[in-house]
Design a protein around this ligand. Sequence first.
Ligand SMILES: Cc1ncc(COP(=O)(O)O)c(C=O)c1O
Length: 482
Amino acid sequence: MSYRQARHDVPLIYEAFSDDVIYNIKINEYLPENIIREKRPNIPRLCERDLVKHFTTLSQMNFGVDSGFYPLGSCTMKYNPKINDEMASLPGSAMIHPHQPDSQVQGTLQIMYELQEMLAHITGMKAVSLQPAAGAHGEFTGMLIARAYHESRGEKRDQVVLPDTSHGTNPASAAMAGYDIITIPSKNGIVDLDALAAAVSERTAAFMLTNPNTLGIFESDAAEIARIVHDAGGLLYYDGANFNAIMGKTSPGKMGFDIVHLNLHKTFSTPHGGGGPGAGPVGVVEKLAEFLPVPMVAKDGERYFLDYDLKKSIGKVHGFHGNWGVLIRAYAYILAQGGDGLTEVTERAVLNSNYLRSRVEKFLEVPYPGLRKHEFVASGAKLREKGIRTLDVAKRLIDHGFHPPTIYFPLIVDEAIMIEPTETESKSTLDAFADALERVVNEPAEVLHDAPTTASVRRLNETDAAKNLILSYRDYVEFKKK
Ligand SMILES: Cc1ncc(COP(=O)(O)O)c(C=O)c1O
C-alpha cells in the first residue's frame, strides 16, 4: 500500500491570533456586576471558520483507529461503534450534573446500577464500583481494599507478590498503596508455581496476576495459583484489563480470584491510548463488598440512589461517581453485543492474534511456544546483526501506513515487538500488515534508519521528548526562543 500523511504548516492555535476578527462582546445587563470579567479571557481569537479549519487540518496529520490499523500491544486500539459515542452525546446523558439530586437522574442511576450488575456478572464477582478512572486507578483501589480487609482482621500484611510478566502498573499501584513488592520469575512464560509457593507467607497481602499476561499467554494454572495464595492468607487480584481475551469463556470469579479491575477503555468501546478519560471499574467477591468505595449505586424497590452507607468503605476514590461518558459507552456496547456477542468478540480477538502470530513467526522470532490469547510478542533481537533495532522497524512501518506496535515492552523479551490486532480487523488487513512487516525486516538498515519519511513528522528525538517535556503552548513559545 502506498501511504503518505498530510503535512501542513499549522501554527499553534495561540499563535494564530487574527485581529481582523471583530469582537462584539455584549455584556448581559442582567449579570451581577461582581461576576463580570474585567479582562478578556486568554483564549485564542479565532472565528468559527478558522477554528474548524485548524482542527480539521490537524486531524489530517494524525493517525487513529478510524483511519488505519493500530496494533499497539496492550492497548486494544480497536474500532468502536459510533452509536456508543452518540449515546454518550445525548443531551440527557451529556448535560447532567453530578450535583443533581437522585430524583432528577433516575435514568442515569439505573444505567449505572445495571452496568454494575452486568460487569459483576461478566467478571464473576459479587459487586462492582464504577468509580476508578483508569486501569492503574482500579489496581490502586483494589490494593486499598486488600489493606482495609486485612486490617479489619487485625492482620499486618505488608507484601504484594507478582510475576515478572505482570503489567508495569501492577507493582507501581501496589507500591503506591504502601506495599513492598516481591517479583517472582516466570517459567516458560507463565507463573512458576514453585517460586510462588516460596514467595508467599504470612506477610503476603495479595498476589496480582495479569491474565493473559503481557506475553499474551493465558495463565492456565490460575486455579492452583489461587489455592497457593489463599492457603497463605493472601488475596487474589486479577488484572482484567485484557478482557477481550477471556470474556464469555471464563471469569476471574471462576478462577477463584477476589478482586478484579477492567479497562472499559480497552475492551468496552472507548479507545485506550487516545489520551482521553478512561474507566477502571473494580469488582470484588462477597467478603470484600463492604470495603468498596462509596457511593455505590443501589436500588430500593423502583428507586435508584447513591448509597453512602458502607460501614467499612475505603471512602471515595474519584471526585464524583466515575467517568460517565466512558460508562455509558460500555453500557451501550454490552447491550448491543449481548452475551453471545461478547463471547464472539473474544473468539475473534484470539483468532486474529494467533493468525497474525502464525504469519509473523515465519520471519521474526516469537519466543515461547504455544497459542496466545489476544496479543503476542515477537523479538527483533536477531536484526541487531544487520544494525537494525526494533525502534527502526516500528518507524518504518509508519511509511507503510501502519501504526507501530508497542515496542520494548514487556521487558522480559529482548527487542520486544508487542502486537495486538484486536477483534475488529479483517483477514485482509492482517495479511497486509504481515506483508509490510516482512518487507520492512528485509529492507536495508539505511532505509529503516531514515524512517519515517512519509509521515507528517520525521523521527523524533525520543529521549529529548521524554526528558524535556513541553506541556503547554507557553512552554513551546519559550522553547522556540532558545
Ligand atoms: C494489562 C494492563 N493492566 C493495566 C493497565 C493500565 O491501565 P491504564 O492505562 O488505564 O492505567 C493496562 C493498560 O494498557 C494494561 O494493558
